[in-house]
Ligand binder design. Sequence first.
Ligand code: SF4
Length: 261
Amino acid sequence: MDAKQAAGQMPGPDDPGFPAHHAPRCDDLGELDAHLTECRACPRLVAWREEVAEVRRAAFRDQEYWGRPVPGFGPPDASLAVVGLAPAAHGGNRTGRMFTGDDAGDFLFTALHTVGLASRPGSVHAGDGLTLRGVRLTSPVHCAPPANLPTPEERATCRAWLSAELDLLGPGLRAVVVLGGFGWQALLPVLAEAGWRVPRPRPAFGHGAHVVLPATDHGRELHLLGSYHPSRRNTYTGRLTMPMLVEVLREAAALGGLPAS
Ligand code: SF4
């Protein structure tokens, strides 16, 4: 805690106002990520992420879990964002990197690699050397929630981080792929806050959905695309196949001006 926080002038990490106060004041993604990883604004999620990190899954018992908010992953000049809902308890909450260390992440990185946006298929841990080209992975909620479901209040509290992240990505951001209907619902208010006009009634989620959102400040429009989430439930049942995800990512890459393979 610094002097201003001690004097009560700035909300500390445990305060629900911490994200809304700090996120818009960050000058770059590095500063944003530094503040984000300190955040303890949602008591239920803080308790859950730390309990999971303490108890651990048997297969990972010898590993030190991250157990903190998981920042976005990818270059600061990305023209494409891929957005889930929240980190997985034994995936991102364990490894500290978005979509890293679980089946869903492996599926996604394999698809990104097929399109030419990831340096390798699959992901192991934050130091595995994996790099992304032109794409940033992030989420509207940055802490792992129980049953993968954050409450509306938690979504609202965390919204400021992603809104600021999209703002810092700047006018170069052209397209967003949302993985799953829950992520879609959580992202729409963030996009409205970050400066795009979201139509009423709100556009419906679906695999292959594609909506163009005009900027409220006459800036660049944003292409919003939907894909089923690469959860084990969807990929094991064939609801989402690799060609289906690759097709959406390839379209998004083209919209983002990224040469895809
Ligand atoms: Fe902070 Fe977001 Fe985690 Fe809540 S979910 S504690 S706002 S980082």
